[in-house]
Design a protein around this ligand. Sequence first.
Ligand SMILES: NC(=O)c1ccc[n+]([C@@H]2O[C@H](COP(=O)([O-])OP(=O)(O)OC[C@H]3O[C@@H](n4cnc5c(N)ncnc54)[C@H](O)[C@@H]3O)[C@@H](O)[C@H]2O)c1
Length: 325
Amino acid sequence: MRVVIFGGAGFLGRQLALALLSQETLVVNGESARVISEIIIADKHIDQSFPTDNRLKFFEFDASRASQLKSFLKQEVDVIFHLAAVVSGEAELDFELGMEVNLYMTLHMLDLFRRQKKNPVFVFASSCAVFGGELSEFVTDATATTPMSSYGTQKAASELLINDYSRRGFVNGRVLRLPTIAIRPGKANAATSSFISSIVRDTLQGKRANCPVSKEAEFFILSPEGVIFDFIHAAGLKDEQLGSNRIMSLPGLTVSIEEMVSALEEIAGQEVVDRIDWKPDAFLESIVLTWPAHFKTERGAALGFYEELSVHEIIKNFIANHMNT
Ligand SMILES: NC(=O)c1ccc[n+]([C@@H]2O[C@H](COP(=O)([O-])OP(=O)(O)OC[C@H]3O[C@@H](n4cnc5c(N)ncnc54)[C@H](O)[C@@H]3O)[C@@H](O)[C@H]2O)c1
């Protein structure tokens, strides 16, 4: 079986590739497990290190270029994990780039699959940023999308297209609305939520980190381990389990900055917490504070997606698995 990860050299794409390499077989659409013969990393920039494994193949190209995407997709693929995106901060600052990558590229991809008439399983990383503004106390799977950023709007438009392309049998879509993924290892990125990871990761690594929002601010988060489980789980679900609506919010954890910081203090001590600066940032606040933090994700839970236990667990997993990466 041939698996493609668009955005495979990004933070989550690389973790997904490593997880797939470790399990040898993959269940797709409820069928019996098949051996993974190739994991294709398709990304605009491949500058991360990967283990030596002859199942890994690398294609470095700009998938928003329609001609390059077309020639890449001439090969047979069984499962596509589409994680390539311009993240929230960048898409807000550069509207054209956000539209090009987050919307038109996804549409081109879907349309190439339509023409191929093969109906591959297509797992898409959407975001809770499809919600924003005035919302009821809890966001459910029935809540209307009301994005308050260009990134959220581009993700919401892609979601609808994947639903319709799935309904028509052009792709077999699974759209996962990701909570903010924390704690993200490595360096800070251009996602407006980047500070949520930074106040834990950087301070644990002896560096200072700025928190641009107040301690009362709440976020809906999921660990990297959780979301990687969810991507693989989503590919394995049978389409009848999903029905006509392929879009779902992943279960996560609602946590305030105060709760995160006090968990960090309990685990690592006051000295680490003292490395946090508290300088407000109006641009970041104007985006991240529009994201809802309270979700009811019964559908995701019933479908067997990952249930996050506690912020303590998330911090301890980061220390155990990613501290030096
Ligand atoms: N990390 C989070 O907190 C989070 C939360 C919600 C949703 N998501 C979504 O999950 C996905 C993965 O997120 P991530 O944190 O790994 O992001 P990331 O920025 O680390 O990875 C995205 C990858 O896409 C690649 N890419 C961008 N434009 C491309 C193009 N034109 N052609 C080919 N590749 C291109 C980038 O080079 C990068 O490697 C994204 O779709 C993101 O919107 C992430």
